[in-house]
Design a protein around this ligand. Structure first.
Ligand SMILES: Nc1nc2c(c(=O)[nH]1)N[C@H]1C(S)=C(S)[C@@H](COP(=O)(O)O)O[C@H]1N2
Ligand SMILES: [Mo]
Length: 538
């Protein structure tokens, strides 16, 4: 090994640390610039968003199945790890030849800039965060490496900046003089590293504070008072709850409602400037404001929302009281032309859903919803306005942060998930699940309360049956039905004998059709199959 190689071998941890610190500086500065000029173009969020859009359906399904609603956190953590490793390698490379590592920083900044500029509604300055961040990151890398003891870059830096003077005073500026040829000491490097880390932390915290201060959307949402509906939802009948302890509540509280979307950062939509345009195959284009919605005759309804990615027995469904304007009233004003059979609804972040025109014009009360369980829509559930269409999976109907309705034809336009291997239509399939006891629970012998929920929106649930150890199907007791668009709870008293047992459930919908036992996957239009659990009776 040459002497230079020896020195490099000794200094690689410092070089790797330099890379990581430079990356942290890049991201923090980019975040700060993003908050100031292009909120949606912060590199992590923009690249993560582009990654989500490019994720093939099996991987998306895997992510949801494995990490549930934490899938986004996992993605961000994964990106953090990848970036840290790439940055460490870049640091070591840059130690050898600056532009080998610097090139990695430039490449990553360019990826961030392109992702930022190509997101929906990106804005004029969408490349700025990544480019400014990348530039500051490069300077940080250069500075750190020049302060690394014992390497070539250090020697060069010392030779160009050095003259006589004290070498070890950590408080000195980059032009601190030191004896020619001796190079910086370990203390100088540690001090520079600490300063860089402090700088990155300050920029990051500044970005955080600033974005809190400028996020007036949540404040506006909280201050909002929903109007009194012109038509209230009928009061829930007594007995919609089965009464089985531990079963899910009939009304899902907003904070427990499942969340599924492609948005890494929750879009901040200002209700005051919000507009919805209805256009395409219409006699007349219509545009409405949020105030128009507040002033309209709003209706309330109980609807159970369900995700197509819900697996048999899964929890990606929730039931709420929605407040909104029937979409058919707007469509009546716009007057769709002959041949139109679909409405493509688009959100501010580029997600889109294809809903049959029919489902938006018939009497099922498809809503432009602004309220959820007597509150303005929470930001995660689509504030200020989302669609809620009874009977259809969310991916083809429930567009959150809604900004555009295009009346069109299935032959002419495709929605977000249809481009990614999912179906263009998505009526909800009959489903039932056992909530109590939990799978693999241990229960005492004797009378055991079994409970759960079934749904078949638009058709309703007219029967639920339970099967023990693949025996005879026995009727469960149905809780009261609120309406055909909500889920229905059920209960069953089981005379449990000691041993390991299997319990299975199936539902019958309002058309008399019994839920199939055939297992199909969620892709492309929803899972089927019956939910079974194993229980040990002691
Ligand atoms: N803007 C936007 N709206 C969206 C989605 C999305 O990714 N982006 N996902 C849809 C899907 S797949 C479902 S199941 C529902 C989930 O609504 P929730 O998060 O309020 O439960 O939102 C729908 N609306
Ligand atoms: Mo979904």
């Amino acid at each position: 090994m040459s002497a230079a190689a020896h020195r490099r071998a000794r200094t690689w941890p410092g070089a790797a640390l330099s890379g990581v610190l430079a990356a942290a500086t890049t991201l923090a500065v980019a975040q700060l610039v993003a908050v100031l000029v292009a909120p949606r173009a912060a590199p992590l969020v923009a690249v993560g968003g582009a990654f989500i859009d490019a994720t093939p359906p099996p991987l998306k399904d895997f992510a949801i199945a494995t990490f549930g609603t934490n899938d986004k956190l996992v993605l961000l953590l994964g990106m953090g790890v990848v970036i840290a490793v790439a940055a460490a390698v870049a640091g070591v490379l840059a130690r050898r030849r600056f532009w080998l590592g610097g090139g990695v920083v430039v490449a990553l900044a360019l990826v961030g800039a392109v992702a930022g500029a190509t997101r929906a509604n990106a804005g004029t300055f969408a490349v700025a965060p990544s480019l400014v961040g990348g530039l500051v990151g490069l300077l940080a890398l250069r500075l750190l490496l020049s302060r690394l003891p014992g390497g070539r870059a250090a020697t060069t830096a010392a030779a160009t900046t050095g003259s006589a003077g004290a070498a070890t005073d950590v408080a000195h500026s980059p032009t601190t003089a030191r004896p020619a040829g001796t190079g910086p000491t370990r203390r100088t490097f540690v001090a520079t590293a600490l300063l860089t880390a402090a700088f990155a932390a300050t920029a990051g915290a500044g970005a955080q504070l600033l974005s809190k201060a400028t996020q007036s959307v949540e404040a506006a949402r909280r201050a909002l008072k929903l109007p009194t509906p012109a038509r209230r939802a009928p009061a829930l009948p007594a007995g919609v709850e089965s009464g089985v302890t531990g079963a899910d509540p009939f009304v899902t509280p907003n904070e427990d409602f499942y969340r599924i979307d492609t948005a890494l950062d929750i879009p901040q939509v200002d209700a005051d400037t919000w507009r919805l345009r209805i256009h395409g195959m219409v006699e007349e284009e219509v545009e409405i404001s949020y105030q128009d919605l507040l002033d309209a005759d709003l209706v309330e309804s109980w609807v159970t929302l369900t995700c197509v990615s819900n697996v048999v027995g899964g929890k990606l469904a929730g039931n709420a009281k929605w407040l909104g304007l029937p979409v058919r009233e707007l469509l009546a004003r716009a007057r769709p032309t002959d041949g139109a059979d679909m409405v493509l609804s688009t959100s501010i972040d580029g997600f889109s859903a294809s809903t049959p025109l029919e489902a938006l014009t018939d009497d099922r009360d498809a809503l432009l919803a602004i309220g959820m369980n007597d509150e303005p829509l929470p930001a995660v559930n689509g504030y200020p306005v989302r669609m809620v269409v009874p009977g259809l999976y969310g991916f083809v109907s429930a567009t959150k942060w809604l900004v555009d309705l295009e009346v069109t034809r299935y032959a002419d336009a495709r929605a977000y998930w249809t481009d990614r291997g999912w179906s263009e239509k998505g009526p909800i399939k009959t489903a039932s699940r056992i909530e109590v006891p939990a799978s693999f629970a241990r229960v005492p012998a004797g009378q055991v309360a079994i409970g759960g929920t079934a749904w078949a929106q638009q058709r309703g649930i007219t029967g639920v049956e339970v099967q023990v150890d693949r025996g005879e199907w026995l009727p469960a007791t149905l809780a009261a039905e609120a309406n055909v668009d909500t889920w229905r709870q059920w209960s069953f008293v089981w005379d449990a004998t000691p041993g390991l047992h299997q319990l299975t459930v199936r539902a019958t919908d309002g058309t008399g059709e019994v839920q199939t036992a055939d297992r199909v996957e969620t892709v492309p239009d929803g899972a089927t199959g019956q939910h079974s659990i194993s229980v040990t009776v002691e």
